[in-house]
Design a protein. Structure first.
Lengths: 739, 152
């Protein structure tokens, strides 16, 4: 008998399954996890940006009340250094980075010792008693100074602070259309050359990091709870650093209070906690303090950009040439040297042109290491090309929108257009999102108001700026990653299982921390399998519950993990169809599937998928050779990146006397293809726009000449609060991906 | 160590505290009320906001001994008889949370805001919540949720 057909889920503004616990204070964040008998860890960090360790006296700390042990780099053994997973080419200079430095500190905050005690406060108090005999050296915290002759050398073994370069012509597996050189020598073309500096940023996920390690000593089994975006990758890297067999290591990301890339890391503290638990045979806990996190958690951005454009006098873009120098900070962390490369194919933006060159140089400095932060390499590209397009428009005397419209890759080129940088965009809608954005903005009216504000002679004038962007998302096809010298793959996995009581369990290998994948994946599965949204449970973030996965970063959760789920669902439907045909004594071709029911065409004979799930589980009457159970796993390796785009406008009022900037309007029209849940899409945009505004107007990590972080806590580093931001005007177009 | 008596979410507790203990850690670790989160160490982020005698305070800047004899309400005490507070309902209906870490403090601050000003303008909401930071939502949907709760 047919049941009521569930409403289609795709496109519904479903309220999130995640919310009930989070709005009632029942979230399971890392600091809420305690284990009986656990000890507390406090990390002793370098107060110097660059100083040799001549000796460490731990005796006073060891005698302090409640202290169980004190370890230094000499007494806490590791099987190997922290894993750096992206050796971009054979030029890369990768220093061995151990969780506790032995020879010298290379940034303020570099871990040098750990105190283990029976209380949080006791460990912190005793850390004050660890005496390090320092020999300070001059520090270098500026990218340009670090490359000068005579600069303090951060890693002596290399004899230079140059950590290696990456040159498009030599290193990109996808060739660019033409070299850029001839265009910049063509006297008929107009050229511009711009130099930009992208400030160093501190990610500031609202939840500080933390690690809890539990263990079954007799079995050599360890459970690491970490506030991480990458439980699966962390399991693999901790195996290498701590020498614990991977099958004996379980990594759990509990509720994680934001990441933005800052929890995409194999951190010293993850390895330190595991190593201490192993050494002492006791569970341990470390919770980062916020001001500690300002130096201990990765930073983002910081690079100098030189971008050159060549164009005809009437504004046809012909070539783009880019040269970057990027701060690595003191060490290369898990993907630090590859971050600038994530922009390598995007510095021409959504514009068609003929010539392209790109290269970057990585530089060690005496700062906290950098790594992936909010877009990681890709927003850097958008920033450069969009500012440069404005500069070109000014030089040509053109309207910045007219210049963009004239150069967009047009919709008739799709599907599958190979852009100047050699990668193939499957679909996009650059002109369409821009037209819609201008319409919402009422561009002519804004320009009139701007002219009026200038003519009035007052101190408040209107400005308007645009960003018309594309990104390569859904990271990433594994074969592409191989060609880029990243050591792992880019697939993800999902398992779908009908449980005997009629509900569906989804295991996803991505590890969301605010993105709402428990909700959107339930929507996908409910629609595809014809079951109720409420009957789908999505589990994630525990390497024992979900053994297969590659986690959440690089705009991949739904684009890769969601497709893996859909492909697993296809396997489920194929098996259920075979079983339904067996039960209904018909051929599979005679069945149609809708609303969870397989119905024999032209009859009222049907079998519901939940009943089929039970029958497959009971296995009393299966076709010969069919395995019991209605469950399927799929590992999905994307054939291409996904290519979302959008057009944003920001209208500001600037006080010409004080320089104060007030955002009057922010209009954004984006195209991510089909939206599973528009509430969640919009929420992601709100957050992204806000961190962009923060980067432009408020946030910057500043150091003094000795390498001390001057913006070292939330009072001195300006995170925008509610009064600093406007409400946003969002709209969208929908251009489905053909792949 | 000294003993304080504090009423939390309607229940009276006697707790041994050190003079330096912060209220937030007494709530979290002595009373097991882990819904109140800690987001900073400089009283900047508002994540730890609770109500002390009906007024919102950052519980990382209140010593536990200062709460002696006082009444505290935390996020766990906001729902009544299993029914969510209108502000909690408004937060989920308006997708005003993503990772959820700032959410308990944000909800407590927003409830306090409406107690002082039952029908605030957008500007008043934004300034009323200026002590609470969120890194996920850009505050857009938080403002909408407070507006919705105000008109509920």
């Amino acid at each position: 008998m047919a049941t009521t057909e569930p409403k289609p889920q795709i496109g519904q503004r479903r309220l999130r399954k995640e919310d009930p616990e989070l709005i009632t204070g029942q979230g399971n964040f890392i600091d809420n996890i305690s284990v009986a008998g656990m000890l507390w860890i406090h990390v002793v960090r370098s107060p110097y940006a660059h100083a040799t360790i001549k000796g460490i006296d731990t005796s006073k700390a060891e005698r302090a009340e409640g202290v169980v042990a004190v370890f230094t780099g000499e007494t806490l053994e590791f099987a190997g250094p922290l894993v750096m997973a992206w050796p971009i080419n054979d030029q890369v200079k990768n220093p061995a980075h151990f969780p506790l430095t032995k020879d010298k500190a290379r940034y303020v905050g570099d871990p040098v010792a750990v105190v283990v005690a029976d209380s949080r406060a006791g460990a912190k108090d005793a850390a004050e008693l660890v005496e390090v005999d320092w020999e300070p050296h001059p520090a270098v915290t500026s990218i340009k100074d670090a490359l000068k002759d005579g600069a303090p050398i951060i890693h002596e073994e290399f004899g230079t602070n140059n950590a290696g370069d990456w040159v498009f012509e030599r290193d990109s597996p996808a060739p660019r259309r033409n070299p850029s050189g001839p265009y910049f020598e063509d006297p008929e073309l107009v050229t511009i050359k711009e130099d930009y500096y992208l400030a160093r940023l501190i990610p500031n996920a609202m939840e500080p990091r933390g690690v809890v390690v539990d263990l079954t000593a007799s079995m050599g089994e360890y459970t690491v709870y970490s506030s991480t975006q990458i439980p699966h990758i962390l399991r693999t890297t901790l195996t290498i650093t701590c020498g614990i067999p991977e099958a004996k290591l379980r990594v759990v990301a509990p509720d994680v209070g934001g990441g933005f890339g800052s929890k995409l890391e194999a951190y010293p503290e993850d390895a330190i906690c595991l190593a201490v638990a192993k050494k002492l045979g006791k569970p341990v806990k470390w919770i980062e303090e916020r001001s500690e996190g300002y130096v201990a958690t990765l930073h983002g951005r910081e690079m100098h950009q030189t971008i050159e454009l060549a164009a005809t006098k009437d504004g046809i873009l012909k070539a783009v040439r880019v040269n970057l120098t990027a701060s690595m900070g003191a060490y290369l962390r898990i993907i630090t040297p590859g971050i600038p490369m994530l922009g390598a194919w995007l510095y021409a933006g959504p514009y068609d042109c003929e010539g392209y060159d790109f290269q970057y140089t990585n530089v060690f400095t005496n700062n906290t290491f950098t790594d992936a932060y909010r877009g990681a390499g890709r927003p850097e590209a958008t920033y450069a090309i969009e500012r440069a397009m404005d500069a070109l428009a000014r030089k040509l005397g053109m309207d910045p929108i007219d210049l963009r419209m004239k150069n967009f890759i047009t919709n008739d080129k799709f599907p599958n257009y190979t852009m100047v940088t050699g990668l193939t965009i499957d679909s996009a809608n650059y002109t369409g999102t821009t037209e819609k954005m201008l319409d919402i903005l009422d561009y002519a009216d804004i320009r009139k108001k701007q002219a009026d504000s200038r003519a009035s002679g007052g101190t408040k004038v209107i400005g308007v700026g645009f960003s018309t962007w594309l990104e390569m998302c859904g990271i990433a096809p594994s074969r592409v990653l191989a060609a880029l010298k990243y050591i792992a793959g880019g697939w993800d996995a999902a398992t779908v299982e009908f449980l005997p009581t009629g509900t569906v369990r989804v295991l996803t290998g991505v590890s969301p921390h605010g993105q709402g994948n428990v909700t959107t994946m339930a929507q996908i599965a409910a629609d595809q399998l014809g079951v109720d949204f409420e009957d789908v449970e999505v589990l994630h973030g525990d390497s024992q519950v979900v053994p297969l996965g590659l986690d959440t970063y690089g705009s991949r959760g739904l684009a890769v993990g969601g497709v893996a789920l859909y492909k697993a669902g296809e396997k489920i439907l194929a098996k259920a169809r075979t079983l339904a045909a067996h039960q209904l004594e018909c051929s599979e071709e005679d069945l149609e599937f809708a609303g969870g029911d397989f119905t024999v065409k032209g009859t009222d004979k049907s079998a519901n998928i939940k009943a089929l799930g039970f029958a497959a589980w009971a296995a009393h009457d299966l076709p010969d050779g069919m395995e019991p159970g209605l469950t399927a796993t799929h590992l999905y390796d994307p054939p291409n990146f996904s290519w979302p785009n959008g057009s944003h406008a920001c209208v500001v009022e600037v006080d010409t006397e004080t320089g104060a900037v007030e955002i009057i309007r922010y209009v954004a029209v984006d195209d991510c293809g089909v939206q599973i849940n528009p509430n969640i899409v919009q929420g992601q945009l709100h957050g992204g726009i806000t961190q962009g505004i923060a980067e432009a107007l408020f946030e910057e990590a500043l150091y003094d000449s000795e390498g001390n972080l001057l913006t070292g806590n939330m009072t001195s580093y300006m995170i925008p609060g509610p009064p600093e931001l406007p409400s946003f005007e969002l709209d969208h177009t929908v251009t489905p991906s053909p792949t | 160590m000294g003993r304080i008596a504090v009423t939390v979410n309607g229940h009276r507790h006697e707790v041994d505290v050190d003079p330096r203990d912060l209220l937030v850690y007494t709530l979290r670790e002595a009373l097991g009320l882990t819904g109140t989160n800690v987001g900073c160490d400089t009283s900047s982020c508002g994540t730890c906001t609770v109500h002390l005698n009906g007024e919102s305070v950052k519980s990382c800047t209140v010593l536990a001994v200062q709460a002696d004899g006082q009444e505290v309400t935390t996020i766990e005490g906001l729902a009544t008889n299993g029914d969510m507070h209108p502000m909690q309902q408004a937060f989920t209906e308006n997708h005003a949370l993503q990772c959820g870490y700032c959410t308990p403090g944000m909800i407590m601050a927003a409830v306090s805001l409406l107690a002082d000003n039952p029908s605030p303008s957008e500007d008043e909401i934004r300034h009323g919540l200026e002590g609470n930071l969120c890194r996920c939502t850009g505050y857009h949907n938080i403002v909408k949720a407070v507006q919705a709760a105000a008109s509920a």
